[in-house]
Design a binder for this molecule. Structure first.
Ligand code: TXA
Ligand code: MG
Length: 326
């Protein structure tokens, strides 16, 4: 990571004011940011990502106190969650305020908002003064970037400025909670655990398999590396990998922690860390690494779906999903 100075922050803020795109680090993944109130700049995000215009973006703001400037009708549950988890990997879906252009919400009357927990993201939001719409800084459908180099590899010259904030701490995207209905609902599991949300709200939360709105993160094949991802039970990972090798594939393996050190005849073997936080932090980097090593098959297993394990399992399932949707 290069040292980022106040001059870089000012320059990035100037790029946003001029209608340009800035890749910025957050605690989850890198975002591809634009001035949330500049419809033309927001439209450019969709072009650069190759993302259909109907898929809504997240507006990033500097603090919970700014929430009322961007949305209408903030229910008590939203205030409670914002107070507990912001800055942090939680996105709240609320009623759209007049300030948010339709381009950012894909035509929806709701808007997703979050306060990122990264010093550079917060410094940029302060210097810029407005809201920053930012999807993950990858091409539509591919693996989210967790380093500035990943962003450059994904987007190259299409982005006007890259703020290098080192490796993202959390490694998977924010948890998205819809607070527009009678009871809050998780739309996408992510960096804040469902159990932690439930502890604050005082009631259980449903994790729907599909939601009523079009959530690109919920397409079957999303967060996907080039290699085909095959999911099997932990105790079958080694055998499955060796079968694929036997069939002539270049095989990458996510070796479950319980089998650490076991010999595996495969092209590349990455041991899954015992800690879920470490597993999440390294997940996308590992998928990218196996792609870079030329693997055409990745054999992995799902973690227990508790805590961050829920988000990891969700992303691995998406990565393994059918590739037929856009
Ligand atoms: O951690 C994150 O959330 C990262 C960082 C950069 O903040 N951002 C991110 O953005 O993952 P993106 O665009 O890749 O995913 C945003 C998700 C999409 O699945 C989108 O459909 C959903 O948020 N979303 C946005 N606005 C929504 C709305 N009004 N209703 C329902 N879902 C919404
Ligand atoms: Mg994304």
């Amino acid at each position: 990571m290069g040292r980022v100075t106040a001059i870089d922050i000012d320059q990035a803020a100037a790029v946003l004011r001029a209608g340009g795109l800035v890749a910025l680090p957050t605690e989850t993944v890198y975002g591809l940011g634009a001035n949330a109130e500049d419809a033309a700049a927001v439209s450019r995000i969709f072009q650069v990502k190759g993302r259909p215009a109907s898929h809504p973006l997240i507006v990033h703001i500097a603090g919970a106190e700014q929430l009322d400037a961007w949305v209408k009708n903030v229910p008590e549950a939203a205030r409670l969650l914002a107070e507990h988890f912001w800055p942090g990997p939680l996105t709240l879906v609320l009623r759209r305020g007049a300030r948010v252009p339709m381009e950012a919400t894909g035509g929806l009357e709701t808007v997703a908002v979050r306060v990122p927990d990264h010093p550079l993201a917060l410094a940029l939001l302060e210097a810029f003064g407005g809201g920053i719409t930012a999807p993950s800084a990858n091409r539509f459908g591919s693996v989210s970037p967790t380093t500035a180099d990943d962003v450059r590899a994904e987007l190259g010259d299409a982005v006007d400025f890259v703020l290098d904030g080192g490796r993202c701490e959390v490694g998977v995207e924010s948890t998205i909670v819809d607070v527009t209905g009678d009871t809050p609902a998780i739309l996408r599991p992510g960096g804040v655990a469902r159990e932690d949300l439930e502890a604050v709200l005082g009631h259980p939360l449903a994790v729907p398999v599909t939601s009523g709105v079009r959530v690109p993160g919920q397409h079957p094949s999303h967060y996907a590396p080039r290699a085909r991802v095959v999911l099997v039970e932990p105790q079958k990972v080694i055998a499955e990998a060796e079968i694929a090798v036997g069939l002539g594939h270049r095989v990458g393996v996510f070796l479950p922690a319980a089998f650490a050190g076991a010999p595996v005849k495969a092209h590349a073997v990455l041991e899954v860390p015992v800690s879920m936080a470490a597993h999440a932090r390294g997940l996308y980097a590992s998928l990218r690494e196996l792609d870079q090593k030329g693997c055409d098959v990745i054999v992995a297993s799902l973690p227990t779906e508790e805590g961050l394990g829920l988000a990891i399992a969700n992303r691995l399932r998406r990565a393994a999903g059918p590739r037929t949707t856009v």
